[in-house]
Design a protein around this ligand. Structure first.
Ligand code: ZN
Ligand code: ZN
Length: 387
């Protein structure tokens, strides 16, 4: 189809979606086994779902859409969803629409192409809402529905901005119960306790995003456990960590949890995904720190724990500045070079941020005595005897 042709066709389509169907000889849709008349789009929003049974992302999305759709129907929202099949044959098509509670366009390869071109569908699944006048309201909103479910309705730009503003308010608002979706007992632990958000009010909280399959997470978990235990023992329990798993399945989640002395959001709870979105977590491990007032202190808790451990608590800016200053002072009190009996070369004072001590094999941060020749490192406290 040429550029000019598809443009004029798009106009027709924008003016009246059903005209296109009529031109192609389509006079009814399917609803289960029943034939039903074409919706006019006059009183109800029409949404087009482009999907296919052979596509894994489509099969993953359909149950999410069914759930959102049922909520919208139950709350009386006026919308019709029409499935446009991108299946290769009628069997795939039938298999795919078996679980769909909405309207279905009869299988027609030619119409797939026409509608796909008209609505510029370049990937599936694609979900395109048309306004009551069947004009395209928004580009593909699959991502929006995955993120917000039925709350995404009516999918307009205005609604998208509202949802973003709501996320921002949750991120900055300092209201723990809102952040955890108003669920009464959103936290569990490997000891089987269930905890209400009010029990965390007034504490510094670390939201720990991680997964068992990720080796850097396992490494960070052990660092965090050490810091956590020290903080809890020294600070009257004013710290809590909540694990937000990005594990692939429940078994992996359970494995993650067995080692953790802190709380977790249950694997079944959708607020795991919400929290990833709200705090814009792009990689794991990630530790978001919230202050005792519930407001965010830092998105970089991972570096703070790695560098300062329990010493960094409560991780506020003045506290970090104080630590940095005392570390500088510590460095002033150390010699620039030493010769330790454990190593044949001269060791120089350096600030490598993080290293493993070649004597005690424990992690070290900030000051180290390092060998330029072979990369041997020692904690300042592991220097024994200078020759
Ligand atoms: Zn050492
Ligand atoms: Zn050396």
């Amino acid at each position: 189809m040429g550029g000019a042709d598809s443009e004029s066709a798009a106009e027709v389509c924008n003016n009246d979606f059903t005209t296109i169907l009529a031109q192609e000889g389509i006079h009814h849709l399917l609803s289960g086994e029943q034939k039903v008349p074409l919706p006019s789009g006059k009183n109800k929003m029409i949404c087009l779902l482009f999907s296919a049974n052979w596509s894994r992302p489509c099969n993953a999305f359909i149950p999410q859409l069914v759930q959102a759709y049922n909520v919208l129907k139950d709350t009386g929202q006026e919308l019709d969803v029409i499935f446009v099949s991108f299946d290769r044959d009628e069997n795939g098509f039938k298999e795919h629409f078996k679980f769909m509670p909405w309207l279905v366009l009869p299988f027609d390869v030619n119409l797939q192409k026409i509608l796909g071109n008209l609505y510029k569908v370049n990937q599936i699944p694609s979900f395109i809402p048309l306004g009551v006048d069947t004009k395209v309201l928004a580009k593909d909103v699959v991502g929006l529905i995955k993120d917000y479910g039925a709350d995404a309705f009516p999918f307009t730009k205005k609604r998208q901005e509202e949802l973003k503003a709501m996320d921002e308010a949750k991120r900055q608002g300092g209201k723990l119960d809102e952040l955890f979706n108003g669920i009464n007992y959103p936290f569990v632990s490997n000891k089987g306790v269930k905890i209400h958000p009010s029990e965390l009010v007034g504490k510094t909280i670390g939201l720990y995003f991680g997964a068992h399959w990720c080796p850097p997470c396992r490494d960070f978990t052990s660092q965090l456990i050490e810091a956590y235990n020290d903080i809890i023992n020294n600070n009257n329990q004013e710290f809590e960590v909540v694990f937000i798993s990005t594990d692939r399945d429940h078994k992996e989640f359970d494995l993650s949890l067995t080692k953790m002395p802190w709380l977790a959001i249950p694997f079944e709870d959708k607020s795991r995904q919400d929290l990833c979105r709200i705090f814009e977590v792009k990689w794991i491990p990630s530790l978001i720190l919230l202050g005792p007032d519930g407001r965010m202190i830092s998105t970089n808790g991972r570096a703070m724990i790695s560098l300062y451990g329990a010493r960094g608590f409560p991780f506020t800016e003045p506290k970090i500045l104080e630590i940095e200053a005392s570390l500088m002072k510590e460095g002033d009190g150390l010699p620039q070079e030493v010769k330790d009996c454990k190593h044949e070369h001269i060791l120089k004072l350096e600030m490598p941020k993080a290293y493993i001590c070649d004597f005690c094999k424990k992690r070290g941060t900030f000051w180290a005595f390092s060998c330029d020749v072979c990369g041997y490192d020692l904690h300042p406290t592991c220097i024994e005897e200078t020759l």
